[in-house]
Design a protein around this ligand. Sequence first.
Ligand SMILES: Nc1nc2c(ncn2[C@@H]2O[C@H](COP(=O)(O)OP(=O)(O)O)[C@@H](O)[C@H]2O)c(=O)[nH]1
Ligand SMILES: [Mg+2]
Length: 166
Amino acid sequence: MALLIGPSSVGKSLLLKRLTTDEKDKDLVATVPSIGTSLVKVQVSRKKSVTIRELGGSMAPVWPDYYSDVAAIIFVVDASNLQQVGAATIQFIHLLNSPQTQSSKILLLFNKLDLVTSEADKGKFMHLFMLDDILRHSRQEVSVAEVSALNRTGFAAMKEWLELCA
Ligand SMILES: Nc1nc2c(ncn2[C@@H]2O[C@H](COP(=O)(O)OP(=O)(O)O)[C@@H](O)[C@H]2O)c(=O)[nH]1
Ligand SMILES: [Mg+2]
């Protein structure tokens, strides 16, 4: 079981949909803000599947209640949204500092890469997110991937990581 968390509207639900639907379906599927939690079983390879629980951004105060039930936590941020970067950083640092996550495997996903059109903009986001500092100080094993739920960029790397926690 893995947990999928992050601020509202960063693309968690779309990621789950893309992970469970056919590669050929390229349409922008409509998603609704999650109230409560949703559980989805994702086939990560021919033989392995992993159950992922999405917790909505509005549930951030109770995210920690779920940390101890899972071995892996996926934290999603919207790399195209400079307005949300500060809040996302604080939430991510909270996650890393939480006593229940000290031996969790953590995947940090920078989503909506399709909307980040220049390397300079991406660099600015990473700088504001304080990625280097965070990685230097974290006790957990943190993997980082850049993805687009819209066009499935980076999905191979993400599935490889998921396979390790299946
Ligand atoms: N351009 C683009 N839009 C995305 C991407 N991922 C999600 N979205 C859109 O962002 C909005 C919020 O997505 P949703 O999955 O509901 O976010 P959640 O609140 O984190 O579950 C929706 O309109 C999605 O279609 C992406 O990678 N690229
Ligand atoms: Mg959602």
